[in-house]
Ligand binder design. Structure first.
Ligand code: NAD
Ligand code: ZN
Length: 442
């Protein structure tokens, strides 16, 4: 059964804010009379026993994608009920008896309890097994938690917990939590075992796979980071039921991107099933995650550290040179979601491909029609927010300063039909202007 230990009481500045973001039901047992054992689960003991592998009579088998890495391989499991059975999947990957869950203030009240309960259930089923201690660090939701200062606070709190090299870091949340927790795992004691529990569609299909972790710097997004592969990714489709519809659709933009970049069958699957995916059908969501992760795993396995200039991980940036320029021009956090910017960027990449003769007008229209049908923006006028589209000059300025730009020249992943693409550095400013004009910019 869960038992609180007194050794890791919140202390110091960060821990005060940690307390502030701690969901009240965890600190106040009376708020949750039905779950008295979950009171103050800042530290939680359960048991490290043999994996109670899926009981076929009750557990739906998850879909599995295997990722081959340079240092180690790992599985991405997707399907329903994965957090509910979290302990049985996670415990076999825990080297020691200590895990630290890093989550955010939105996700903790929604999904942390399910995960913790799975450890309780496991402890009940294996009373003689070695105890597992779980600590939880909760950070504020949103991009600002991917900062050096938040990283410093988390690291201090983590070190105060008495971790050792076998402590496993568990990231429960979207891409922000995954990137922050992953960077913490990569750097604490020069590297700790890491497990991703992604809870947004974007993080299930993109950020939790491939081992990129990192923080934002004053000079730009994701400029500080490390490659650090997880031991396991558990992408539970049930967690997506609480995700705001707009976030779900934005995540879907990255799925379409994957299909267009290098997997025609995935794009065609999207055309047939996209409506169900954005409506939140859990079976279709799991299948979309499986297909997209299969594609990303193939790309990442062949180019783990992004050394291939034109056809490796670079292809995952299809639509992103355009999209990032819109995101950078948009100063208000949350006004434009990454996947929304990518959706518009995909339409612009298709327009560029038509201009350069590597895709047909009909193919471009197919992509635009599909994104529009799933409620994603396909022109600058359709972007959310009431600040209007940024000017072409501003967008050009941001593109030439993009991370992938060289000598002030923007790089673009250009589609070659549907399901193939290549990074090109020969796109002219005149071509970019023409594309921006044709997609509603002025
Ligand atoms: N490492 C990579 O390879 C990689 C790839 C793509 C994106 N990213 C990064 O991922 C981040 C974006 O990820 P994101 O879109 O998941 O954003 P996010 O983590 O900010 O999540 C979006 C919002 O949804 C909330 N949320 C998360 N799960 C929820 C759930 N199940 N129910 C309700 N609310 C939930 C979060 O609290 C947040 O408010 C960016 O920082 C981006 O740079 C990284
Ligand atoms: Zn992206």
């Amino acid at each position: 059964m869960g038992k609180r230990r007194s050794t890791c009481q919140p202390r110091g500045g960060w821990n005060r804010s940690w307390q502030r973001f701690w969901p009240s039901w965890l600190t106040t047992p009376s708020c949750h009379p039905c779950r008295p054992s979950l009171a103050r689960l800042d530290t939680f003991e359960t048991t490290l026993g043999p994996p109670a592998m899926n009981n076929p009579s009750t557990a739906q088998q998850p879909l599995c994608v295997h990722v081959k890495g340079l240092a180690a391989d790992y599985d991405i499991l997707t399907g329903q009920g994965l957090l509910q059975r979290g302990a049985e999947h996670i415990i076999p990957h825990m080297k020691g008896g200590h895990g630290v869950i890093i989550t955010d203030e939105n996700v903790a009240p929604l999904h942390l309890e399910t995960l913790l309960e799975s450890f309780q259930a496991h402890a009940k089923a294996h009373p003689k097994a070695k105890p597992v201690r779980l600590d939880v660090l909760t950070v504020p939701a949103g991009e600002r938690s991917k900062s050096l200062s938040r990283y410093g606070h988390v690291m201090d709190s983590l070190l105060a917990l008495g971790i050792d090299r076998r402590t496993t870091i568990l990231a429960l949340g979207g891409g922000v939590v995954g990137d922050l927790a992953g960077f913490v795992a990569a750097t604490a004691l020069r590297g700790l075992p890491f497990i991703q529990l992604p809870t947004t569609l974007l993080s299930q299909v993109d950020s939790s796979v491939g081992g990129k972790t990192g923080l934002n710097a004053a000079a730009g997004k994701n400029l500080i980071g490390a490659f650090w592969q997880p031991q396991l990714v558990l992408a539970d489709s049930d967690t997506l039921a609480t995700l705001p519809e707009r976030e779900l659709k934005a995540g879907y933009g990255e799925i379409v991107k994957s299909g267009l970049a290098g997997d025609k069958a995935l794009f065609e699957w999207c055309e047939a099933n996209g409506a169900g995916v954005v409506a939140g059908d859990p079976t279709l969501l799991a299948e979309a995650v499986r297909r997209t992760c299969t594609f990303k795993a193939r790309i990442v396995s062949a180019d783990e550290h992004e050394r291939n200039e034109t056809t490796g991980r670079a292809l995952l940036n299809l639509g992103h040179t355009f999209g990032h320029a819109f995101e950078t021009a948009q100063h208000h956090e949350g006004a434009l979601l990454h996947g929304e910017a990518v959706a518009l960027g995909l339409c612009q990449a298709m327009a560029l491909a038509v201009l350069r003769g590597s895709a047909t007008e009909e193919e471009k229209q197919r992509v635009t029609r599909h994104l529009a049908q799933t409620g994603l923006p396909t022109t600058a006028q359709e972007l959310p927010g009431d600040h209007g589209a940024p000017s072409i000059e501003v967008l050009l300025h941001h593109m030439t300063r993009d991370k992938k730009a060289r000598d002030g020249k923007a790089a673009f992943v250009v589609p070659h039909g549907l399901g193939a693409s290549q990074l090109e550095r020969t796109v002219t400013t005149a071509e970019i202007r023409q594309v921006l004009l044709a997609t509603g910019c002025a």
